[in-house]
Design a protein around this ligand. Sequence first.
Ligand code: MSP
Length: 635
Amino acid sequence: MTGNTFYITTPIYYVNASPHIGHAYTTIIADVLARYHRLHGRRTFFLTGTDEHGDKIAEAARKAEVTPQAYADRISAQFRALWPELAVTQDYFIRTTDANHVETVRRILQKVHDSGDIYFGQYEGFYCVGCERFYMDKELVDGKCPQHETVPEHRKESNYFFRMGKYQDWLIQHIQDHPDFIRPERYRNEVLAFLRDPLEDLCISRPKSRLTWGMTLPFDDNYVTYVWFDALINYLTGIGYPDGDNFRTFWPAAEHLIAKDILKPHGIYWPTMLKAAGIEPYRHLNVHGYWNIEKSKMSKSLGNVVRPLDLKDKYGLDPFRYFLLRDMVFGLDSTFSEEAFVQRINSDLANDLGNLVSRTMTMAVKYTIGRVPEARVAVDEDRILWETASRTIAEVEAGFAEMAPHKALIAIWEFINVTNKYIVEREPWVLAKDPANRGRLETIVYHLLEALRITSVLVSPFMPGSAAKIQEQLGIADGAGQDFASLANWGGLKAGSELKRGESLFPRVELKTDQARPESPKAEVPPIKPEITYEEFEKIDLRAAKVIAAERVPKSSKLLKLTVEIDGERQIVAGMGKDYTPEEIVGKTIVVVANLKPAKLMGIESRGMLLATDTEEGLTLLGFDRPPKTGAKIH
Ligand code: MSP
């Protein structure tokens, strides 16, 4: 943040795998930050997107037997569709295949080439396809890439290089002059340690003979650039570099958010690239740790990927957002455990915050005439609430300023606990027995309602849905008293506004272990069912069906309502919504069990069932090598 502007970015995610909890974590933090700064009335820009060029994507597309562009379109759409489901409010979703991005990258390459910082040379070394970069011998662990634990390929080729080494001293100086340029400190130290050795130049191209899925260099048609030179520049394209008003406004306030896996490209390549292109460095690089699953890395090949929508569907969106931000100390690794998640829901959300809201609202409605009362008889004992509130607000501000959102949450929960204790100590139910205490009783209720208002504003970046529900109950849903400015003084809640008791915010939950755990590593082939006769099989009428329309079922992340053509049109509700977007599924010819008894899913009739199977990336629909006639019988 600088002055009144804030610019936050997430990494742009590779489209070779579907989104998982790691992507959700970074993007949700970015969203929490964006919402927090908007609450302060700051001009805010939040950028996320997908990284679509390179070997990895080309390889994944080859496996899926589609073109790289079709593959990129498909996975990019999954990311784009996921964010609104997680209440993520990005201002712009960038794709590296976007025409304006291609133009920006080529412009910067040309500029750096013209100034002599890109040259042609020979390279020989070990290349990790997973990381899309060459490794130095000493960086390998037992000859393997430390990130992917795979043996890198030996490659030798002529290529273009960026004179990164030239900027080594400048970068060291910049990091020393700006102690929080890379934070937390452990990652700053890691980058500085890296810079103790001579910095090599960076290979930024690949010959087209080996790879075509990249961006052609503006100064040599036989080469493409991709991966880092391509991807990092998204942070400029997204705000309209070089001439957009957004670029001038937001670049000086640029905050990048990444995990430690891509520290080197962001901590070393990127600032030196910016320097060479004559652009000021970003303001901060904020680096968080890794979510691991039962002590191992989460990865497609280990089959332990945790999908965000599964957790949202089971436990609700706000608890999911809260848990991710509360359970991970920003900068350190964390082990994801569903037990810990459930425990947090029951203790922090159901017990602490949920109870505070329901007790306060019950008393408020019972002891007043259903409106916010006045605080006429405030006494010294009430001080604890205002004092804790103002300390909490300061701690929340500090937590955000030092990029430690978990600290902000810890502070808010202290306030919630102090407020709960205030209820127990003031015993409003005892005062209520004697009408003479009315003034005092109303004052206590006012204090509780005001504490709730402050809590709702403070939690709103983390749990926007729940904050809105609290504010609705307080009768301030129309805007006043919902921003940070309104917290400046105790007493922002206006007497007289109508109170509306709502439903319990966070019901207690139980661990739902069925599909709750991460998929078990390398699932075994399920046992084959008992034999059936051909006659029995014949009873199942399988047909080729064409999907002619598809839409999401409201309030369900999983269900799609399809119109398919078999012997006429019919409606089928299918649980494919996490694996396919409606756009993707329309036009496909699929296999349907046509004589399955109709059933209702979320109140919508479904006549038939699609056939699909599991893959590491989710469900895949059965299809055909050669297109059959619509309605054809499958035998
Ligand atoms: N495309 C590059 C980034 C280019 S940015 C100019 C890339 N993509 S990625 O899909 O691999 O995303 C990496 C990022 O995803 C991490 O830096 C982090 O933000 C998030 N995460 C992926 N797995 C994660 C965990 N297991 N834990 C926490 N975050 C992780 O690298």
